[in-house]
Design a binder for this molecule. Sequence first.
Ligand SMILES: Nc1ncnc2c1ncn2[C@@H]1O[C@H](COP(=O)(O)OP(=O)(O)O)[C@@H](O)[C@H]1O
Ligand SMILES: [Mg+2]
Length: 317
Amino acid sequence: MSQAGSSMTAATDVAQPPRPWERPPTEVVGVTCTAGGQRIRREGGQPLIQLRNVSKSFGALNVLRDLSIEIYEGQSTVIIGPSGTGKSVLLKHIVGLLQPDTGEVWFGGQRVDTMAPEDLVEIRKRIGFLFQMSALFDSLTVGENVAFPLVEHTTLTRPDREERVDRVLRMVGLSGLQAKMPAQLSGGQKKRVSLARSIVLGPEAVMYDEPTTGLDPIRSDLINELIVGLSTRLGITSVIVTHDMVSACKIADRMVLIYDGKIVHDGTPESFWKTDDELVRRFVHGQAEASDLELISKGLDDGEQDRSASKDASSGI
Ligand SMILES: Nc1ncnc2c1ncn2[C@@H]1O[C@H](COP(=O)(O)OP(=O)(O)O)[C@@H](O)[C@H]1O
Ligand SMILES: [Mg+2]
């Protein structure tokens, strides 16, 4: 053990490459997001969705802390932030699946959080929700899955429903797959079927909860193109939660970083890439916190020492 320890000490006297957290903050790693290479960011119209001073706790866990945000009509707003920071909770407030402890939630000039259940049903018809998991009904065909909201919420005849299902499946590039079962689809196809189901009622807004998580870059790109197309060509107001900075850069008119239950940066994607704010930079460039990296590094050092000690022991040193 002492031998392993002294050799480690000797090694640290030699010039070491910089540890990850010693990287100069000006160094750009990963994706860059420049106005030139990307599409035009759009100004939003009127506020369609408003959270006013919303706080939400689960037991002792304070998730949203006095958070206020306005989401503008026709814009794509991308929400980023560490895992467990309340991004999904925020989306669920917008559609009335969760109620705030304090504060207000508004959609299209109507207050959602105190709304009677029958009125909330009407609001939910106007908002598509693409859940983190595809959440398709496994025992229903693709066509039946997509038609489900039409059966639940409209009096359309079967031929009209079939026509509508065909139209949205064509929009997501899955025309003719009505008879397939979800188990026969790839992950990317399931996402697109879910998306078709989210837009079949012709919503004004769609909430996307991590739409590209678990998909490879090519399938992710297809989903991103769809989100952009629905937003720019059909004028759907989009709120997208993502961890994926490439997607964020491609989709967003506006980006919002949530940290510790609050908004810490709000602006164009370019403003996220240009900022000097250390927290924002770290998040955008996918750099872990120095304190966490240091802990991991210490743990690895210990592991290394243990391993060389056990090797020494087994070789009889
Ligand atoms: N219905 C719930 N009951 C209890 N805790 C919840 C509930 N929904 C979310 N949480 C907790 O709130 C925190 C934020 O969750 P979430 O919004 O899902 O995070 P993320 O930012 O990763 O989407 C997490 O710690 C999660 O465990
Ligand atoms: Mg989430």
